[in-house]
Write a protein that binds this ligand. Sequence first.
Ligand code: ATP
Length: 219
Amino acid sequence: MKKEFVVIGLGRFGGSIVSELINLDAHVMAIDISQDKVEDFASIATQAVTADTTDESVLESLGIRNFEHVIVAIGEDIQASILTTLMLKEIGVPKITVKAQNILHEKVLKKIGADIIVHPERDMAIRIANSMVSNNILDYLELSDEHSIAEMKATDKIAGKTIIDLDIRARYGINIVAIKRGYEILISPQTIEEIQKEDILIIIGSDVDLHLFEKKLLR
Ligand code: ATP
């Protein structure tokens, strides 16, 4: 059975979520207060509806409670974002993801019970900045305020060495969770695995340790 989602707010973020969910073969009800936005998505989403989602009766009449996951991608109108989230909580939507504009917005969303809070602009900026400061960091995904997963390119400095030789876990407190080698992916590589030049290492650890490893071993 196809997964069913509701996306509220069809700006750049919400609109991209709708398109990607449809690409991933999900059912998507797309909602916006602006009729123009809704018309843009009429041929993309499974169903596109013009509505003000701060009105509880509107959410009831659209049957939103029957969807397993609702994404609130209302941006600038923080009040509308908060009210919509509150209404969704009240009607009992099982999973609510909300785009936050700032820290204060995030705090309120947490208090009223949003399940997942995302900061797409901030997260993308962190990923891009990290890959800009080092040629070896290809991608960077924040797991918490202090921990991340990084994709780093192996260099001559470590090529030919095994994970044991490098003593990565003890010296840096980080873990190589996978190695991408051409089209192959080695998940949880064994410690005797020899790293090759151009391997892409997928590493989990604290931000401090990840940067230390990158500086000491990859530059
Ligand atoms: P992005 O950066 O993703 O383009 P944004 O952060 O600038 O978006 P907005 O454009 O302010 O966010 O809001 C996204 C969408 O949410 C807009 O298309 C807007 O019409 C819609 N929206 C705002 N208030 C409501 C509401 N009460 N009900 C439904 N949709 C709403």
